[in-house]
Design a protein around this ligand. Structure first.
Ligand code: PSU
Ligand code: MN
Length: 304
């Protein structure tokens, strides 16, 4: 393992023995949720992965190294840092490592850390994608490019409708990223199970997912696979009410001229305010569900 990576002993052992390991991102802790729910969720995700028989590896940058697996002290450090931690995507990783800054990894940067460590499955809430209005702003998340090039399976609940979902799926198609639905034919829209947009293929269990991952990588087709796992039915939010909240949060961000990497965290916080916290409850439920499914996929991959 490159010296710039610092896995916990438990994770190093699990990887050496080819036991299932699931990577978890840290931007959702620092920038995606308020304290203390972020810390509680980070701990709950680790517990979900363990209960499902895999070892959790939350990834972040601290003291000049990519930490693979955070102990409770490190999780707390990140959760209390909140948005004062740097939000790290591919372009930011080398800067944070070289300067020793504390940094939270996005989907893109978590994929890079996972790949370097030899972890093939990663659970998150929602991926970044093509923003609405990207035809003029050019705002397309680096998460999509990372999915195209880095061989990790990313389990998410689809993408939020703060993004342009049809354009996001078009880019994934162009860049050769298979989009699988877990128990669904439709690409889920984060807070709601449906978007009206089709996935490439439906998988009904973890073994079917693992078969596709193995086939892709054995074909020499480097790059990721997106596994879209809908929010559990009881946690789903009303699609029309969410659409209204999204429209209002986008208008608010525009009037404040929020741009670049600040826009996604700003929209998430605005949604939470506008829904009186219901978006946060749904977010926690779906990400826990993703952690469970990811552990199953990691186990199926390890068993094959
Ligand atoms: N979408 C969410 N929750 C999140 C994020 C996105 O619903 O927490 C975070 C993830 O870390 C994702 C990042 O990788 O935002 C994307 O940021 P950007 O749009 O700036 O690429
Ligand atoms: Mn962006």
């Amino acid at each position: 393992m490159p010296p710039i990576l610092l896995p916990t002993p438990e994770i190093a052992d699990a990887l050496a023995a080819k036991r299932p390991v699931v990577a978890l991102e840290s931007t959702v802790i620092s920038h995606g949720m308020p304290y203390p729910q972020n810390l509680e969720t980070a701990r709950a995700l680790e517990a979900e992965v363990r209960a499902a028989g895999a070892v959790p590896a939350t990834i972040a940058v601290m003291d000049g190294r990519i930490r693979v697996g955070l102990d409770d002290g490190a999780l707390e450090r990140l959760a209390t840092a909140g948005p004062t931690a740097r939000k790290l995507s591919r372009r930011d990783l080398p800067i944070a490592v070289a300067t020793g800054a504390i940094g939270a990894t996005t989907v893109a940067a978590t994929m890079i850390g996972a790949r370097l460590a030899g972890i093939s499955v990663f659970a998150t809430g929602g991926i970044g994608g093509v923003h609405r209005g990207a035809e003029t702003s050019f705002d397309i998340s680096a998460d999509l490019d990372e999915l195209a090039r880095t061989s990790v399976c990313v389990v998410c609940a689809g993408a939020k409708s703060i993004l342009d979902l049809p354009k996001t799926l078009e880019v994934l198609e162009t860049r050769g990223v298979p989009v699988l639905g877990f128990g669904t034919d439709e690409f889920p829209a984060f807070y709601s199970r449906r978007s009206g947009l089709a996935v490439d293929h439906r998988c009904d269990n973890a073994t079917q997912v693992a078969d596709i991952l193995r086939a892709k990588w054995q074909l020499g087709l480097d790059g990721g696979v997106l596994l879209a796992n809908p929010i559990p039915v009881p946690d789903e939010l009303d699609a029309d009410a969410m659409e209204a909240a999204v429209a209002q949060s986008l208008a608010d961000a525009e009037s404040r001229k929020i741009k670049g990497k600040d826009i996604t965290p700003h929209l998430l916080a605005a949604l939470e305010r506008l829904t009186g916290g219901r978006s946060l409850t749904a977010n926690i439920a779906l990400i826990r569900n993703n952690a469970r499914v990811a552990a199953g996929v990691a186990a199926a991959l390890a068993a094959g």
